[in-house]
Design a protein around this ligand. Sequence first.
Ligand SMILES: C[S@@+](CC[C@H](N)C(=O)[O-])C[C@H]1O[C@@H](n2cnc3c(N)ncnc32)[C@H](O)[C@@H]1O
Length: 250
Amino acid sequence: MHDVKTTQVSKNTNNSGLIESSQAGVHPCLEKLLRRHLQTPWAQPLHRPTLDAYRQLKYAGVLPSYPPLILDSGCGTGMSTRGLANLYPGHLVIGVDRSQARLARGQNCSPVDKSGNCTMVRAELATFWRLLANDGCNPEKHFILYPNPWPKPGHLSRRWHGHPVFPQLLSLGGEIELRCNWEIYALEFALAVGIATGETCEVARILPDHGVSPFEKKYLERGHPLFSVYVPAKTTAGFRAAWHAGRFKQ
Ligand SMILES: C[S@@+](CC[C@H](N)C(=O)[O-])C[C@H]1O[C@@H](n2cnc3c(N)ncnc32)[C@H](O)[C@@H]1O
């Protein structure tokens, strides 16, 4: 996966669908915000329906110990989840998305697909990641494909690297691949990984042969530049160890 074109115009994109933002580079408050998240316990209550969905997976014996696990966070219709399941037959791939409509479009609403090696879950990612982290879950690979960019500067804390859940996301460990069509998001994500882990993390421009997900397909068809941030497992492993050793206040 790592080696590697709708005409609807949203309020954050121009006529060709490219992200529009008044932000010209990495957000000046990112580092300060992230350092605060690294030191401050996240006290927000858990999202109840996500807790229920998570418990269902646990009762079904899927979590937390089913090895080896791949996460497809924000999986949308689950096209990429199924693609990953085909690529990695010895793994269980869990696609997570909060949108019932998107999951239903991919006809993958069933909570656990026991016949195959993938399953889709309707859940809020921030709570889902937190629950996984609390259970010490350690996915081997974690894909975050085309997350909502939240391009307004005032929405920094809604981007995953500015969100209070970011430390828990990193503490899951495993290799992470983030893909997006907004270079600033990719640069910020890489910078945030670097600040938290102490390891340099690069942004790569990618040109996949085919779209692995509906959004990637759409962007490829439109000729958008695409970016990937690849975080090796050894980078997250150090952070995971420090997290579980209580080096950060939790
Ligand atoms: C831009 S779409 C990308 C979907 C898919 N990964 C793709 O590449 O086609 C972002 C997806 O993330 C989901 N999403 C955004 N925030 C979420 C959250 N907090 N919890 C769960 N899903 C979320 C949305 O419902 C949407 O399906």
